[in-house]
Write a protein that binds this ligand. Structure first.
Ligand code: NAP
Length: 335
């Protein structure tokens, strides 16, 4: 089978097309013919061994998210059948409940989705709805589930809640779409007025350009009539968290998700205490959460926002486009 793999040493230049023997499903496994993949910010870090020893060993097939058709089952597989279209879960081994320390991630350290064929445990796949294209379905395992875990698990969001979303990338737009589904009033911050217009068309109630208003906490707080946000999805990290702590409502939640502006925490601890803010680290999510999310997607016909689709061989162009940050939503790969 044809694959992309990082080989010889860790670097983007060593991410190359190669061939490997076709895999065969063992007991409890399914063999997938991959149809599409989608990129996440982490796919830029993996070729650089950005997760240290947790990145895995070489050669490594990159990219965490994808969708494929089941073409063969090993013995003892009952959850899915040949012909089903499924996404492999990003966190293999985390089925439900609190984070299972035994889970392992696809696309580093486990081989990822940039392969023609892929073998995964049947317990670690989720069927996707028929109304989604392959590219749309490929966006679900990381970006969508992360936004879903932040907003929908543990009954955190009530209708009428005020939600703030940072940027217009993959996680952010799913968060906007899910928060609107749940009846929330959503503010988006973005670097671009053009992207703000598109976010409004997707349902954003208000928006602030964080480039022209770098200290956006006051402007956003004013949008809430001074009350502050019930829930903030923190995707920026270092530069955005201090602003988030100024516009979260007393007793509100900040989901700590991303580090787009840096990973060092410089926030005032006193402010967290004064605001009695709940800071909750999110780590994508478990398989049963994925299945619950798929039910909601299907019922409400939520359409993932796909910015561009690249051919399999153009992975480097797709990664460069992601790095450039001009995208709105997800960048996908057609197998
Ligand atoms: N914890 C988890 O489970 C989890 C799961 C998935 C992703 N993540 C993390 O979440 C972050 C976002 O991931 P993604 O895949 O959605 O990325 P992405 O699609 O590449 O999104 C990038 C977008 O974020 C916005 N952005 C960049 N810097 C910003 C800043 N300083 N303030 C506000 N917005 C900013 C920009 O939108 P505009 O151009 O509109 O400004 C940019 O286009 C990454 O750090 C990623 O590692 C974490």
């Amino acid at each position: 089978m044809k694959v992309f793999q990082i080989q010889d040493d860790w670097s983007m230049a060593n991410l190359r097309i190669a061939t490997r023997p076709d895999p065969k499903p063992g007991p409890g496994e399914v063999l997938l013919r991959m149809k599409a993949a989608s990129l996440n910010y982490r796919d830029l870090l993996v070729p650089l061994r950005g997760y240290g020893p947790h990145t895995g060993t070489l050669p490594l097939i990159p990219v965490s998210d994808g969708v494929g058709e089941v073409i063969e089952s090993g013995t003892g597989v009952a959850r899915v059948r040949v012909g089903d279209r499924v996404c492999p879960c990003f966190r293999q081994g985390w089925i439900d409940g609190p984070p299972d320390p035994a889970y392992v991630n696809l696309g580093g350290p486990l081989d990822g989705t940039m392969a023609e064929l892929m073998c995964v445990p049947a317990a670690g796949v989720v069927k996707v709805p028929a109304y989604l294209s392959d590219e749309q379905a490929a966006t679900l395992p990381c970006a969508a589930l992360t936004a879903w875990s932040a907003l929908a698990m543990d009954d955190r969001l009530s209708p009428g809640a005020r939600v703030l979303v940072q940027g217009t990338g993959g996680v952010a737009l799913f968060a906007l779409q899910f928060a609107k589904l749940m009846g929330a009033e959503v503010t988006v911050i973005s670097s671009s007025d053009e992207k703000i217009a598109r976010a409004r068309a997707l349902g954003a109630d208000a928006a602030i350009n964080y480039r022209t208003t770098p200290e956006w906490a006051k402007a956003t707080r004013d949008i809430t009539g001074g009350q502050g946000y019930d829930h903030i999805l923190e995707l920026g990290g270092e530069k955005t968290l201090p602003q988030s702590l100024l516009c979260v409502r007393t007793g509100g939640t900040i989901s700590i998700i991303g580090v787009l502006s840096g990973g060092t925490m410089t926030a005032e601890v006193g402010r967290i205490v004064m605001r009695q803010a709940r800071m909750h680290g999110i780590g994508v999510g478990h398989r049963n959460g994925f299945e619950a999310m798929v039910r909601a997607l299907e019922l409400h016909r939520v359409v993932p926002v796909v910015d561009r689709v690249f051919d399999f061989d153009a992975l480097h162009d797709a990664l460069a486009t992601l790095k450039n940050g001009a995208h709105f939503g997800k960048i996908c790969i057609r197998h």
